[in-house]
Structure formats: C-alpha cells, structure tokens
Design a protein around this ligand. Sequence first.
Ligand code: GDD
Ligand code: MN
Length: 449
Amino acid sequence: MGARASLPIGLLCIAIANIKTLRHGRVAWLPANLVKLPIVTSRANMQSDLVPQPTGTLVVPNVPDGLGEGGSAIRLSLIIPTYNESKNIPTLVAQLDELLAPALGTAYELLVVDDDSPDKTWQVAQDLAAAHPSVRVMRRIGERGLSTAVIRGWQAARGEVLGVMDADLQHPTDVNLKLLQQIDKGADLAVASRHVADGGVSDWSLIRRLLSRGASLLGLILLPGVLGRLSDPMSGYFMFKRAAIAGVKLDPLGYKILIEVVARGAMPWIGEVGYVFRERKEGESKVTWRLYSQYLGHLLKLRWATLPKSRFFRFCVVGASGVIVDMGLLFLLSDPRMLGLGLTRSKIIAGEAAILSNFLFNDAWTFRDVVGIQKGMGPKLRRLLGFNAICLVGLALNVILLNVLFNFAHIERYVANAIAILAVTGWNYVLNSKLNWTALSVSSDARKP
Ligand code: GDD
Ligand code: MN
C-alpha cells in the first residue's frame, strides 16, 4: 500500500498529542531590561495622558514587577475593553474602586482600552481618572477587535497579575476578589465560569444556550487539550500571572481570548470561580455572526500551531490524507457504480497515487529537517525512489490482504481496505525513517569528519 497510516492511528495520535499541548512561539530570551516600562512621573501626569498604544507583535513583556506610585509594585492590572460603553463605564469604575481599594490599596490599575468609540467612551473614562487615580485609558486608533484590545492592554499593563472583564456590567465585579484568591493560592490562571457551582446565566433563550454549548463542544473536539481544561472556555472574565504568558507571541482571532491564552501560555494550575452572567442594561452587544466563523478559524489556527512535532504523528497525519486519496480513487475506479474496473488493478493505481501524494507531504513537512541537509533535486529523486520502493512492498502486502479479506473473508471492500492499510502503516514508517529519510543517507560531504 502507500505510506498511508490508517485513520484510526491518526486519530489516536491526535488524542495522545492532546494530553500534552505543545506550546509554540515562546520568546524565552526576551531580556527584562529591554522591556520599556511606562514612566510614571506623577498622578497628575497620568490623568491627562492617554496610555500609548503598543505596536508590533502581540507579546506581553516579561516585566518582573510593575511600578506604581512611589515605585511600589502593582499587584493587579485589570483590562476593561470597551466599544461604545460610555453609559456603563462610570458605574463599573465606581464599583471596582469600592471593591479593590480596601483589598489592594493603590496596588492595582484599571486599564480601559477603547477602540476610539463614536460615543467617546475613552473621553468619559479619562474624565473619571481625576476622581479615580486607578484608571488609565488607552485610545486605540487604527486597530480594532476585542482580543487584540485586551492584549494591547496587557502589553501596557504594569501589574504582576493581569486580568480582563467586560465593561457592560454583565460580569459581577465582586468575583474579582475570588479570582485573586485563587491566584494567591497558587493558581496560574483563575477563570470566572458560568458552568461551576454558583455559576449560570440569567435569562438566556434556548437558542443562545445551545449556540454557546455547541461552540464549546466544537472546541472540545478540535482542541481537547485546551477546552478540556476549562468548564467555560467562552469566558471573557479571568486573570493570570504575568509569567504564564510573558514572552509568548499571541495571535488571536475573534472574541475568545481565553482559549488563546490557555493554548499558548504555560499554566499548569487553573482555578475556577462560579458567576452569574447578567443581562445588559445599557448599550449593545457587539456579537455578530461573523464572530462564529472567526471562532472556528481561531480553533483551527490554534490546532495547527500546537500540533505535536513528533515525526510519527506527522507521518500519520500525512498517511490519513493518503487514505482519502486511496479510498477516493478506489471508489472511482473499482466501484460497480463508477468505472467498475478490477479490484487489484484499481488498488494498485489508487495506492501509487497515494504514495506520490504522501511523498510530497512527508518530504515537505514530516521530514523537513532531514531534507534541509539533503538539498537539491538529486537527493529528492533518490528519496522518492526509496520511498516508492519501500511503499511498493507495503502496497503488495496491502493488495494481498485486501484480496484475502474481500474475496475469502467477504468483508466489505472499504472496510477490508482500511484494515489492510492499518496493517502496513507500521512497516512503512519504520522502514522509511530508518532507510529513507535518515541523516546517514545525506550527501557524502556531511559524513566527512
Ligand atoms: N476595545 C474593544 N474593541 N472592546 C470591545 C470590542 C472591540 O472591538 N468588541 C466588544 N468590546 C467590549 C465591549 O464593549 C464589552 O465591554 C466587552 O468587550 C464584551 O462585549 P459584548 O459585545 O458585550 O460581548 P457579550 O456580552 O456578548 O460576550 C461576553 O460574554 C461572553 C460569554 O458568553 C464577553 O465577555 C465575552 O468575552 C464572553 O466570552
Ligand atoms: Mn456583554
């Protein structure tokens, strides 16, 4: 058969891979002293100045300790993303100050990140800063969207714990203290959840509940290593230790920033706190249908970015694509409803087509690192012939097995084909990685001492 791994093996590999989600993009060497700290001169200065809008990649700097007034550390930076929330922001800020000042003194900041709202939310928030020195405002121009607004806020934040909550009073403010308690107990991330004890939604229609649960289920299937750790992956109310995400390049799409943070960050301990999602009284929700397709795009993007690097896993993914080629052609050529050619002839053509497509993918992806030291068309052709030779033996085994299963055991042709493919996958992998894409078969120069 071709170098196809079976679909079941591919799925098994995905499951194993998800037990431990690999993380990418961590820029571990980012030196703390290169990180630009916003210079705090005086409160008066802070009140009149908007927080500069960070640009470039979405990486939260590894600031050891944020600086507050008089150089004291800021414990918590709470990001409040806003778009047309001018009617809500005064109440929210008053509630938060009342809650947090007794607990944290001046060691916290409320960072409103407004996307240049037509209702001038940024202006309203800026005016609040006189009476509420904890408030800082970023007016974002030229960039839009909830997720990037939140990350830009974290980038400019000075706290050692970074959080986010909605501005529209749908998130009850007092939960912040419980989240902070979780962090104090040692959690790397604390999430306000609607789906644990004391959690819920106030008055949602059946369709909205179904949509929310359906989105979670879809995420669980695509990214079990991430969504499986969260009872409410859709939550936009959470906080985490800066170190859990510092230096990691974030690249979200749409609304679901929590999934991004968990997928790419390092957060072994996740704590959850129940909360009831309230109804909105002022302003409007910004959720549109487009956000659902962006959510799917985000899941796929993260799935791709966190795919395990293991060779066998990749070999199986490529193999699974080969199974589709093989099965599809077998159907077109041999099925009585299609061309109706003989089974063996059809299988040989289908198998060879799969071998060729698998070769291209394996060469470009699975064994990319080996290919890097065996550049050029000559070595590539050698690898193709080697791969073909090994897989042709596999194909011969496959054809024999298929015939035995179909003609003698009377197993349905596609089931028989799947069994035959599964049986020779191990053969193909072991021989190809030992003989074909091995560094020993590199050009003679590379072997010279
Ligand atoms: N800066 C900025 N830019 N803020 C935005 C944008 C934007 O493009 N879009 C929305 N916001 C702000 C809103 O002003 C509000 O403070 C918050 O983000 C949430 O937006 P809503 O439109 O009110 O969202 P929701 O109520 O449907 O969704 C909330 O609940 C979900 C749980 O089902 C959000 O908290 C989601 O994050 C959460 O996942
Ligand atoms: Mn809302």
